[in-house]
Design a protein around this ligand. Structure first.
Ligand code: ZN
Ligand code: ZN
Length: 142
C-alpha cells in the first residue's frame, strides 16, 4: 500500500489499529487537519477503557498528535509480501498491513539499518503475519 494521510477519512472518528493491551479497548482517531502536501497533519485520539482496567488511572485517555509519513521509492518483500517502507514518519503513522493508524508504539523493522526506511506494523498484524515471531526468534509463544 502507498496510502497517504489525505486518503483517510477526515473529521470523523475511526478505529485505530491498536488499543489497550489490558482491556482490549481500541484507540479512536480523528484526523482534523491535513496540510497541502497531503501526507502530514494532526490527529485527535481517545480511548475508553473498560471498567476496572488497570491502565485507566495511569495513562491519558485523549490527546492529539502530529501524523504523517512518506514512502520509499521501492518496495521491500517481507515474508512473501511487498511493502513500501516508510522513509519518514511523524509521531503517529500507519500499520503497513491493515492501513489503520497506530496511536501507540508500532513494531518497527528497520531495512538496511534504516537506510532503506522502516516497516511499521501494529502488534496484532505483526502477530498474525508471523513478524513478531520472526523478530523474537520464536521466543514469544502463541
Ligand atoms: Zn484498558
Ligand atoms: Zn495492522
Amino acid at each position: 500500500m502507498r496510502k497517504l494521510l489525505k486518503d483517510y477519512p477526515q473529521n470523523e472518528w475511526t478505529e485505530a489499529a491498536d488499543g489497550c493491551e489490558f482491556c482490549g479497548a481500541k484507540h479512536m482517531v480523528l484526523i482534523d487537519w491535513v496540510d497541502d502536501s497531503g501526507n502530514f497533519g494532526r490527529v485527535a485520539w481517545k480511548i475508553e477503557h473498560e471498567e476496572g482496567c488497570p491502565e485507566r488511572s495511569f495513562t491519558a485517555e485523549e490527546g492529539d498528535d502530529i501524523v504523517g509519513w512518506e514512502f520509499m521509492e521501492k518496495p521491500h518483500v517481507l515474508l512473501g509480501k511487498e511493502y513500501y517502507p516508510l522513509s519518514s514518519r511523524a509521531n503517529i503513522g500507519p500499520c503497513l498491513e491493515c492501513e489503520r493508524l497506530v496511536v501507540g508504539i508500532p513494531l518497527i523493522l528497520f531495512i538496511d539499518e534504516g537506510r532503506g526506511g522502516e516497516l511499521d506494523f501494529c502488534w496484532s498484524c505483526a502477530k498474525e503475519l508471523g513478524i513478531l515471531n520472526m523478530v523474537t526468534g520464536g521466543r514469544e509463544g502463541g
